[in-house]
Design a binder for this molecule. Sequence first.
Ligand code: SF4
Length: 376
Amino acid sequence: MESLSSTLVSENIGLYLHVPFCKRRCTYCDFVSFTDFSQVKEYFEALWKEIELWSKFLPRIHVETIYVGGGSPSDVPFELLEKTLERIRDMFLIADDFEFTIEVNPNCEFVERLRFLDVNRVSIGLQAADDEVLKCVRRRHSVGDFFRTFETAKNFAKVNVDFIVGLPNESDRTIENDVHVVETLRPDHVSIYLLETHESEFETAISEVVENRYERFVEAVKEMGYDRYEISNFALNNSFCRHNLKYWRNEDYIGLGVAAGGHLGRIRYVNSPRLGEYISKLKEDDFVFDYFSRNDDLQELKETIFMGLRLSEGVNIEKLREIWWMFDPYELFHDLLGEFLEIEDGFLKLTERGFDLSARVLADVIDRVSLMAVGR
Ligand code: SF4
């Protein structure tokens, strides 16, 4: 940790907390979460220890954003979340206008209590406005549960609704329902993800249908006045997720809990995904990194470009030159500029077409940056 204490960190950071428990696993889930709740209490005690350790390294830092994700934070005892926030308040300086987001599965009673935690942003995982799809992927809620939860949350917080396109049993009707939900409720923020598949023959055959559905959903949401400020994220009236903006702008944040990651100055780390190891190491007052590295210039440049191009604002070229002074987007991307990339007011960004083909364009951009370094 010596290298960490010598790292230059901004005065304002984001803080992510991972709650890796779910009462039941959804079929498509790729996240680190456990259905055995026997160690929940011990896990939170370890998390409180990790909060304390980080506060010693970052004593005068302001926490601007807190994001509690999972897993299902709405599945764990409320008192544990309450105590966690108390610890954060005791150990860190909290900015006056801090953003506090929590992810929930539709559950009214839980959400109702969040107002007492000073939560001001609730992210509800609806995934699909279609009970058949929800049942098929073993979600533990109905569309009706979602509506009730949304009504409760909007009384005291900004609300995001998460959707996934490409789930099993989905039909065109599912997407029509999704669009209808956004149209009638007008949440402050909407996230629309395309389910990642692992390319079996069947998956390749259906992928075009799914991609078309995704595009239709995105177009409909844009027509309703939402700003597509990130590839998968849409906001009304500038209700951007300030916490996630820190990721995309490659700013400073710490991640606490199993499998959580952070970026501080040039340091990038990821905690162990193993629950037992996480708990036992923290009992010994030690961090539990699975990965810990100081980015060299090239790595920092690649990360900053890769994350920044996900945003419609793009990435500040001056910032890139501070990392790599010879960086010249005109030379490096000359044949991509116009169709897939553009430069506007000192920012390098994807064009509309580049946004639509972002996976391929980003891969090409990063390859070129790597080659640039070889040829320097
Ligand atoms: S609620 Fe989220 S984290 Fe939990 S199993 Fe379902 S997809 Fe995974």
